[in-house]
Design a protein around this ligand. Structure first.
Ligand code: PMT
Length: 407
């Protein structure tokens, strides 16, 4: 699933969204959310709990959704039955925003005392909740336990934000912004076209670790996020992906085969083996350029004076693969701190890359660890500078460019 920070909503043309609104002051944001879903092309049916009507009028929601609002099981005037079963079948996604602590608790307990809850119990589609409540209610162990329980049963949770709450208190509990929620639903429902099926890519990611002794090592700040996002994007588009990964705390993206390595030498061996069968490679790992000449068998003892650790060069994996890539595609990265374009262009030629993704530590939000990156694509003909964006979106742009080259 995409990161929560991506706020552009893909097309929801023809998709059916059952928008559940519960009794929270954040219900005023549901109006904007409904508009965004409609604007993205979705058909929206709103179901409200009786209490939600105190916070936002059915007239407002009916006008925006262009559908009558559903609250009761049946219309007392004419006995018309609102079937939760057909609502559950109709929906491509049930989105409950805002979701109060009360409704979350009832969802976990399997309670069915209003139309929204019966629809939830009947829903066959993905369910997304956007909690909204006061900070103490949110951090209460019962709320957290309920959210964990829902997550474990496949319910998607769009985390609330930290900030000023209606009570005047400040903390986590404010419903996520409608743009973020709509984007979450959009990404959840957008089935990627399998444009890369039949292709096999090798991706390197994360940091290598060069041991000094049994206790210490030389490494860098790479979290693996950028490389993992690329591996995930390639897999979503149908490619077979071998991810040669240095140490990270990230889960393996769905559909990706991961090979875990530690040192630059281990990464070299795994990457060379994977590249033999691959149609292309993306070299995103931050690989140590030097490693200690010897690894001490025992923990090095401190002395009074300075210490010097002799280092030797590691093998350049990208250069080695680049020298025998033939017609295969190779994408490289360049992480720079100065003279960025000149250094990146040098790497493009030296390592025989088709294009280089330049990121500079001089740009705020770019490079290591964060969820965003700011990159420039450099190939033999041109340069394309992209704005700061989530790493998941940078990954999409990189894979778009890969597709445009190999098609
Ligand atoms: O993992 P994150 O926290 O998300 O951070 C992402 C990142 C900053 C690590 C990533 O965007 C990035 O820039 N990766 C490449 C980092 C790097 O080592 O760049 P470099 O300029 O030193 O190396 C140039 C290229 O050669 C890279 O494709 C690198 O993978 C490759 N290389 C370098 C040395 C070596 N021995 N073998 C290699 O294959």
């Amino acid at each position: 699933m995409q990161s929560q920070s991506s706020t552009s909503c893909p097309s929801l043309e023809g998709r059916h969204i059952l928008l559940g609104i519960t009794g929270s002051i954040a219900a005023y944001k549901s109006a904007v959310l409904c508009r965004l879903l409609k604007k993205a092309g979705a058909e929206v049916q709103v179901v409200m709990t009786p209490l939600a009507k105190q916070f936002i009028t059915p007239l407002t929601m009916a006008t925006l959704s262009k559908n009558p609002i559903l609250v009761e099981f049946f219309d007392p005037e004419n006995g018309a039955w609102n079937s939760h079963v057909s609502l559950g079948e109709w929906a491509d996604c049930m989105l409950i925003a805002p979701a109060t602590a009360n409704t979350l608790g009832k969802m976990c307990a399997g309670m069915a005392d209003n139309l929204l809850l019966t629809s939830y119990l009947s829903a066959r589609c993905p369910v997304v909740v956007a909690p909204a409540m006061d900070l103490d209610m949110y951090r209460h162990y019962t709320t957290q336990r309920n959210l964990d329980d829902l997550r474990q049963h496949g319910v998607h949770v769009v985390e609330p934000e930290d900030g000023e709450l209606a009570s005047g208190l400040v903390g986590k509990g404010r419903m996520a912004e409608p743009e973020e929620i709509a984007a979450y639903v959009g990404h959840l429902l957008c089935e990627k076209k399998k444009t890369l099926s039949g292709k096999h890519f090798m991706v390197t990611a994360g940091a290598t670790i060069e041991p000094i002794d049994p206790v210490r090592f030389i490494s860098n700040h790479s979290s693996g996020k950028m490389g993992y996002a690329i591996a995930g994007e390639l897999a979503q588009r149908g490619a077979r992906v071998t991810l040669v990964s240095g140490r990270t705390a990230l889960p393996c993206p769905e559909g990706v085969q991961r090979v875990d390595v530690l040192s630059a030498e281990e990464m070299y061996t795994a990457a060379v083996a994977a590249f033999r069968e691959a149609d292309g490679a993306v070299m995103c790992a931050a690989v140590a350029d030097y490693t200690p000449t010897t690894v001490a068998e025992h923990k090095l003892k401190k002395g009074d004076g300075e210490m010097t650790i002799p280092l030797k060069r590691t093998r350049d994996i990208a250069a080695a693969l680049g020298s025998e890539k033939g017609h295969r595609l190779m994408v490289g990265f360049a992480l720079e701190t100065d003279n960025e374009r000149v250094n990146a262009t040098e790497k493009l030629h030296k390592k025989n890359f088709d294009f280089v993704v330049l990121n500079s530590l001089r740009d705020a939000g770019a490079g290591f660890r964060g969820d965003t990156n700011k990159v420039t694509f450099i190939d033999c003909q041109a340069r394309e500078e992209l704005p700061l964006m989530p790493k998941t979106e940078v990954a999409q742009k990189i894979v778009d460019k890969i597709e445009s080259i190999i098609k």
